[in-house]
Design a protein around this ligand. Structure first.
Ligand SMILES: [Zn+2]
Length: 101
């Protein structure tokens, strides 16, 4: 099973930064692979999280139950809504139609 075609990745096509900013995260430039990011979900003071804008994913290593994954997965966990609703939210927040990044 290739990563691109896996079911889990079908909802991973939204830019991650606008989604994180919606929850209080900081703006971050596109690109540059994995890099440190201040987690907006647990009052992070020292950038214990990381983002990869090419892959559109976020991961917090502080182990405080913060949401991780792509835009839609984060929205689903934060708002407790269905996949379909989370995709609609991701479209509204990011202004993207969910096409491949
Ligand atoms: Zn966190």
């Amino acid at each position: 099973m290739s990563f691109e075609n896996s079911e889990a990745n079908n909802d991973g096509r939204f830019p991650i930064v606008p989604i994180l900013m919606e929850y209080g995260g900081e703006w971050a430039e596109e690109g540059m692979g994995w890099r440190k990011y201040k987690c907006p979900f647990h009052g992070d003071r020292q950038a214990s999280a990381s983002i990869n804008t090419e892959q559109g994913v976020f991961n917090c290593s502080a182990a405080k139950g913060c949401p991780t994954g792509n835009a839609v997965q984060i929205i689903m966990k934060e708002e407790g809504i269905s996949l379909g609703s989370a995709i609609e939210r991701a479209k509204a927040i990011s202004g993207s139609d969910g096409s491949p990044l």
